[in-house]
Structures are given as C-alpha cells and as structure tokens.
Design a protein around this ligand. Structure first.
Ligand SMILES: *[C@@H]1O[C@H](CO)[C@@H](O)[C@H](O)[C@H]1NC(C)=O
Length: 500
C-alpha cells in the first residue's frame, strides 16, 4: 500500500514539465519529432550524418511507438507520456532486478522514494535507458551463476541482445559490466562453451542488425558503426574539453553523494565473506562503473544514475537508521523532487506550451536552457544560435533577414550581444519576442535606453539556478517572461496604437 503511494507521488513528479539538461530533448525527442513529424528543429552534431556518432536504434525501440501513435498530440502531452512510460519501465526493471538478485525491503523503499527515480529516470536521457538495460543484464548474470544448469540458452540470447543494445545506447555501457562479465565468464561461460557460442552469436547478430538499420536511417553509403564513431570522439581530450574537464575524484566525492543523498549516512557495506562479495553483481558493477568512469575527464552526475538502484540494492540499514533517518531521507528527496522534478527551468516548457497557437515571428531566448525546438512543432522553423571564435561568443550564424518562424537561442551570452541581435532584427522591422528569466531583469534594465520590453506572458514556476548573484536580489526570483521588444524611439507609436 505504501509502495503505491510513493509510486503515485513519483508519477506525479515525473510528468511535471521540469527540464534538467538539454540532452534529454536534443538527443532523443528532438530527433524523433524531426523523423516522425516532418518538422524542423536542431540536430546535434552526434546525429549529423557526417558524424553519425549516435545510434537511432535505442530511440526507435524506446519511443518509436509513442511517436507513431501520439504524433499529433500537444507536444507537452507527448512529453508527459514519454516520462510516464520511462517511469513505469524503470519501476518494472528494478522490481525485476530485485526479484532476480534478491529482494530487500530497504532497497525497495529507497529506490521508490529516491528523487533519481521520479526526476532522472523518467526524463528522456540515454542514461535512463542505460539503467534499465543494466538492471536486466545484471539480473540475467545473477541467474547464470546462481542457478547451476548446464546450459542457459534463452538467457544467453537475451543477454546478447541487451548488451548490444546497451552499447548502441551509450558507449559507456561496457564500463558498468566489465567486472561482472569477467566473473560470469569465469564461473559459468568457461564451463558451458555451447552457451557462450549462443551468447556470442546473439550479440554479433544484434550488432550487425543495428549497424544495418543505422546505415539505412542515416542514408549513408558506407556502414555506420555509431558507437565506434562516438568512442573515437570521446577518446580525444580536446573534444571533451569543450564539454568541461573535471578532476578524477568528481564522480566519487561530488556526484555519488548527490545521487544517493543522506542514505549514505545510514548504510553499511555488507559484512560477508570475500566469496559472496565476488558474486554480488550490483556491488561489482558499482565498483566497475565508478572506477572506469573516473578515468574519463568529463564527469557529470547523470552518468552515474545507473548506479543509484545498485547502490540501494547493496544497502543495509545501520541501527541508527530508524525514524530520524527515514525523515531526513524523505525530506531530502521531497526537496530535490520539487527543485529538479517540478521547477528547474520548467518555464521553458510551460511557455512553449502556452504559445503553441501563436504566430511565430522571431523568438529570442536569452539566459535559459536551449528551448526544445521540437515543441514548436513547426514545419518551417529556422533555429539558430551563437558560435564561438577564439572563446568569444558571436552571432555570425544568425541570419537576421529571416523574420518569420525564426527561433534564436542566445544561450548565456552577454548584454552586448543581446543588444546587437535585437537591434539587427528590429532594423528589419521584425516582430521580436524575447524570452528571459526574471533572474536577469537587472541586466535587461541596462538596455532600457534602447528598447522597451513589454511583458506579454509569464510563468512563475521557473527556477533558474545558473544566474544567482548574491549581490543582486532580483537574481533570486523565479519566473520566465515573454516580452515584446520595440525600439524606444518607436515606443510612442506603440502606446498610441494600444490606447486606441
Ligand atoms: C545598444 O546598442 C545601441 C546601438 O547599437 C547603443 O547605442 C547602446 O548604447 C547599446 N546599449 C548598451 C547598454 O550597450
């Protein structure tokens, strides 16, 4: 009964319009909306056919059904359906893992109440799917070494397909299973070469089928091996530097504690013999994942989310974990659920939904996360953004003569570049709408001599964590505002039109 209350609460958070990271849109829903809906949007470099560094297979398998059948619903509703599906898939996957690897009340409670479940697993990250695939692989591994049959053909086929899918979903998938795979090979496959042959055949056939399908979908003249193209990119440190370099301990000291929250204070490592530890698939996977991911220099929290359920599955409560521990845990997750699951950048999604019937002229987004352009569902959309020349941000790729169906993502650029962009568009007599968070209103005031900003629409439930400035109280305010921008020297015309 309690589980259902937590699951219902999780569902409610899952379908809120928060926006955690651009990848949840641009590396999944954006691509599918362009493929299925014949709309225009922004294709990230990974999916550009010149690079072909991401496979379409996991996207089609995971979301193809939704995009096929809910193609014409409101984008905001489609987003909720996607999140609900991901949330329910994850509930199934972790229950499956608990049933196969060993059920514990603690793990069930921690996973179902964790904010990672409702906020991250429900969003359309490739990392969320990675968690589900990892749980399936570890469950099957556990069966192979626990149930001592001579052969495990069905399991081996499923393993081959799931591992291939994992690799095509994210190139980091192998790091989570290296150590567990070694144990499974030693304890099972070494002694059952027939099963090993079945597994290898299933793996290779899946890989071949995926390469073939990607080649067709990319319309390429040579074979597209997406994970290989991705790996080549990621092994080059100068490429990773563009995404930010972190010290090696970031995952261990900063990301992991954020991921599992205060539960870290109340759990203890299982006190068992070395032999049982060596058979503990979740523990081996955590060890394998953290160690190998720490070698890479780009370390984000969401890379670790597959480890959250594994960590909880290894958790055993200390004596001190009683009422007070439970309250601290629940308070932490409610807080994070509200921040990350309901409010974070959510004005972007809310306003995109609110203005979906408007005629689109020029929309300039400033100091927000990149607007998911697929939500405009516009067949003529032109999406442009800033570029960098020697670390200086420019708008060289923005064509100011396009004054219809044009969305410009100025990202976090400075006021001068905003000033320049608005001036260019207004000199073409464009109708310009600016979308900017309330937290930067002091910066916007600097341009008051040149422009008049007339608020036309707003969403108060927009939390901007990126522009907080201790000295500026306005920077703490929540909200995203849509302004009509007019030149100050024209402002009196506008007032007379409105008054008449
Ligand atoms: C914005 O640009 C205009 C015209 O280019 C200029 O006159 C004005 O001083 C600029 N405003 C700021 C705050 O830089």
């Amino acid at each position: 009964m309690r589980w259902f209350i937590w699951a219902a609460l999780g569902c409610l958070v899952a379908i809120q319009p928060s926006y955690i990271h651009p990848d949840e849109h641009f590396q999944s829903l954006e691509i599918l909306a362009i493929k299925f809906g014949q709309i225009k949007g922004s294709i990230p470099w990974e999916f550009d056919s010149a690079n072909a560094a991401r496979s379409f297979i996991p996207l089609y398998l995971n979301y193809g059904f939704i995009f096929k059948f809910f193609d014409h619903v409101r984008p905001r509703l489609l987003l909720s359906i996607v999140r609900l599906q991901n949330f329910l898939t994850y509930l199934w996957a972790y229950k499956f893992a608990l049933a196969h690897i060993g059920h514990s009340y603690e793990a069930d409670f921690l996973i179902s109440t964790s904010y990672i479940t409702s906020c991250y697993q429900s969003h359309s990250f490739s990392n969320s799917l990675e968690t589900v695939l990892l749980l399936v692989v570890l469950s099957l591994y556990n069966d192979l070494i626990r149930l001592r049959h001579k052969r495990h053909c069905l399991e081996s086929v499923l393993l081959g397909i799931t591992i291939a899918l994992g690799i095509f979903n994210r190139i980091t998938f192998p790091v989570f299973i290296v150590v567990p795979s070694f144990i499974v090979f030693w304890q099972f496959y070494r002694k059952s070469l027939f099963s090993l042959a079945v597994f290898t055949a299933a793996l290779l056939c899946s890989i071949a089928a995926f390469i073939y399908t990607d080649t067709l979908l990319y319309n390429s003249t040579h074979y597209v091996i997406a994970p290989w193209n991705n790996l080549r990119y990621n092994l080059d440190v100068s490429n990773l530097a563009q995404h930010g370099l972190h010290p090696w301990y970031t995952h261990f000291l900063i990301n992991l504690p954020q991921l599992v929250g205060p539960s870290i204070l109340f759990v203890q490592a299982p006190r068992r013999s070395l032999r049982t530890l060596a058979n503990n698939m979740p523990l081996l996977s955590i060890y394998s994942g953290i160690t190998l991911l720490s070698i890479f220099k780009h370390q984000e929290l969401r890379f670790l989310i597959p480890l959250a359920p594994l960590f909880f599955m290894c958790s055993h409560f200390r004596e001190s974990w009683n009422k007070i521990g439970v309250y601290i845990w629940i308070a932490f997750n409610l807080f994070m659920g509200i921040i990350m699951g309901c409010l974070h950048q959510s004005g972007v999604i809310r306003l995109l939904d609110a203005m979906r019937q408007d005629k689109l002229e020029v929309h300039v987004w400033w100091k927000t996360y990149s607007p998911p352009t697929w939500m405009y569902a516009n067949k003529n959309l032109v999406a442009s953004t800033t570029n960098f020349v020697n670390d200086t941000e420019k708008v060289e790729n923005v064509d100011f003569s396009i004054v219809h169906d044009h969305v410009v993502d100025l990202k976090g650029c400075d006021t001068n570049l905003l000033n320049y962009t608005l001036t260019q568009f207004l000199s073409q007599n464009a109708q310009v709408a600016l979308l900017a968070p309330k937290s930067v209103s002091s910066l916007l005031n600097l341009l008051n001599t040149t422009f008049r900003f007339i608020p036309t629409r707003s969403s108060n439930l927009h939390l901007d964590l990126d522009h907080i400035d201790i000295a500026d109280s306005a920077s703490w305010s929540m909200g995203l505002i849509q302004y009509n921008v007019i030149r100050n020297d024209y402002a009196h015309y506008y007032t007379s039109i409105v008054n008449n």
